[in-house]
Write a protein that binds this ligand. Structure first.
Ligand SMILES: [Zn+2]
Length: 405
């Protein structure tokens, strides 16, 4: 699918109506039903889904090149859905069966062009249907419950994992979003036809002044669009590829915050999204590694009251809505408990009553990290994974947090 585009020139200034239309276009693009990368807003919506009864089928299927050729994915799909008959009773299976068939039809119709796999969340009874292209290979998995199984997605949701790539030139400018190695073009802006406007009848010195004025107006509009797209996708950084004069004019109109997150990179203005992604990858890897180191420093330098010390304290703070940034050791896997009454999460699995509210409505959660991530999303906390071994040992507990208060 082609990215929406528009032209900004002397005849099409960036008015507030046009600004609204761009935001509208970007949001529509995010919400398209076919295979799309996931926006933070979309993920928060998924995290809030709870049918309270009818099952949601969550299905993750890897789509390696081997599986894509012919219909090799069929047998993996069958094997996966077959595991349900061993783990579920007949009534549950029957309820899920219609949704599974629907997912299969969607895959037969069209495999996602993008990405290394696909995820589905379906419950026809409640009109729930989401299909998502996965930028990284996640293990095959099927899960049937009243809430969607989101951990694999949440895991790919670190703070420095989404970046805005801006390619600017006189003829056209392009905005792309990269998410864990997958790149999608979001917007394209046609440049000004400066040459045609600046005829020889205009004296050279005036021509230069006019060209300069046009460049500045365009850079201002492009900076404004970059800010809008960055906000919608909650990108952590802005990677910029532009000729020096455009780059300078563009920077002049960026917010202070965006300027601190801006880094240059080199690619061709005509490069495919995959080529742009490859050109940006080394810089992104550096950014991620540096972000982990900075986070570790922030943790160790913060006042004791501004951070949580251990895993259980982090879970307590999370439940109270005090967590600003949840920091998770990416390799950590453990079971835990969840209180249905106060939503408390606990490392302990053998609790007879809730340590917070005293209630007895406790359930075991298979994956404490997933439950914590889900809660972080609901409470608008940021999520950061620590993957580097040195950084992992430096954070000293699998779950830590920087606190709001
Ligand atoms: Zn409780």
């Amino acid at each position: 699918m082609k990215a929406p585009s528009l032209a900004i020139d002397v005849h099409h200034a960036l008015t507030s109506e046009l600004r609204d239309r761009i935001v509208e276009n970007v949001r529509t693009r995010i919400q398209e039903q076919s295979y799309r990368l996931l926006s933070p807003e979309h993920l928060r919506g998924l995290a809030q889904l709870d049918t309270g009864g009818p099952p949601i089928v969550s299905l993750y299927l890897q789509l390696t090149p081997e599986r894509r050729s012919g219909r090799a994915w069929h047998s993996a799909f069958s094997a996966l859905t077959h595991t349900l008959s061993q783990t579920m009773d007949r009534a549950g299976r029957t309820a899920a069966e219609a949704d599974i068939q629907e997912i299969k039809r969607a895959l037969i119709d069209q495999l996602p062009e993008l990405g290394r796999g696909a995820a589905f969340f379906a419950c026809r009874e409640r009109g729930i249907w989401h299909q998502i292209a996965l930028p990284i290979p996640l293990p095959d998995r099927i899960h049937v419950a009243s809430r969607p199984y989101l951990r694999p997605l949440l895991r790919s949701w670190g703070r420095s994992d989404r970046m805005l790539l801006a390619l600017l030139s006189r003829e056209q400018s392009r905005f792309l979003i990269s998410h864990l190695g997958s790149v999608e073009e979001i917007y394209r802006v046609g440049g000004q036809r400066i040459r045609g406007m600046l005829t020889d009848r205009i004296p050279r010195d005036r021509r230069d002044a006019l060209a300069n004025k046009l460049l500045k107006a365009e850079a201002k509009a492009l900076a404004s669009i970059a800010e809008m797209i960055g906000r919608e996708f909650e990108t952590s950084h802005l990677l910029l590829c532009a000729p020096p004069d455009m780059s300078a004019a563009f920077r002049d109109h960026l917010s202070k915050l965006s300027l601190t997150r801006l880094l240059p990179f080199e690619t061709s203005i005509h490069a495919s999204p995959a080529e742009v992604g490859a050109a940006a990858a080394p810089m992104q890897e550096q950014i991620r590694a540096r972000a982990e180191r900075e986070l570790v420093d922030r943790l160790s330098e913060a006042a004791p009251a501004a951070v949580s010390a251990g895993t259980q304290e982090t879970l307590d703070c999370l439940c109270e809505g005090r967590v600003l940034i949840l920091i998770a050791d990416d390799s950590y896997v453990a079971r835990g408990s969840h209180c249905r009454h106060c939503q408390g999460l606990f490392e302990a699995t053998q609790l007879s009553s809730c340590p917070i509210c005293g209630g007895a409505e406790l359930e075991t959660v298979d994956d404490l990290v997933e439950a914590a991530l889900q809660q972080a999303l609901e409470r608008n906390a940021q999520i950061t994974f620590v993957r580097d071994p040195a950084a992992r040992s430096a954070i000293a507990a699998p779950l830590r947090a920087l606190l709001r208060y």
